[in-house]
Design a protein around this ligand. Structure first.
Ligand SMILES: Cc1cc2nc3c(=O)[nH]c(=O)nc-3n(C[C@H](O)[C@H](O)[C@H](O)COP(=O)(O)O)c2cc1C
Length: 161
């Protein structure tokens, strides 16, 4: 698929098929995700596979759209506030790479920020020196939502003197 179409057609998925998703395919997407830009090659991301015992404790309203796989993506703090922010930015790039790699192969993700509360951080066992950037349901979409309209980009472009 053309890269522009891939980017434009990706959606956050809220309802998944029950079909399992092959572990090797997920590893392939994670490998591709790890080519994300990251300052000073900090590679700040860590991936937690969330098993059912932990997943039920998160008590998500829709159980992440019944996604067959749930992963949490963590970002390590840096030595300074700036480094921590840069690491979080790099990890967001990692997640979007993963989203697009999955989408290119007919799969999708439900990006949830459920894990950011202290209670859910604790359920997921996130160490103090990590941010939790997203909890992702991963699977084959049952429903692909319509695109959500965006502000025309020209309204967001600013030319400095
Ligand atoms: C940092 C971040 C956190 C998000 N958290 C949630 C969430 O908790 N629940 C949810 O339904 N969607 C969440 N989303 C997905 C957005 O709602 C979704 O991307 C947005 O509605 C646009 O839809 P689209 O991705 O299909 O274009 C999150 C996205 C980001 C980048």
């Amino acid at each position: 698929m053309n890269i522009l179409n891939l980017i434009k057609e990706r959606r956050n998925i809220k309802k998944f098929k029950t079909d399992p998703i092959e572990q090797e395919r997920i590893y392939t997407w994670l490998e591709a995700a790890s080519m994300a830009p990251n300052h000073r090659m900090t590679e700040p991301w860590e991936i937690y596979y969330v098993g059912n015992e932990t997943r039920v404790k998160l008590n998500h309203k829709t159980n992440f759209g019944n996604a067959p796989i749930l992963i949490a993506i963590l970002s390590r703090h840096g030595a300074t506030k700036v480094e921590t922010e840069e690491n979080a930015a790099a990890t967001a790039c990692f997640i979007q790479n993963f989203n697009l790699a999955a989408w290119a192969e007919g799969a999708g993700t439900f990006w949830s920020s459920i894990g950011i509360t202290p209670k859910n951080r604790s359920i997921l066992g996130v160490p103090d020196n990590y941010d939790l950037i997203g909890v992702l349901g991963v699977g084959y979409p049952e429903v692909i939502p319509d695109p959500k309209p965006r502000t025309p980009i020209k309204n967001k472009i600013h030319f400095l003197p």
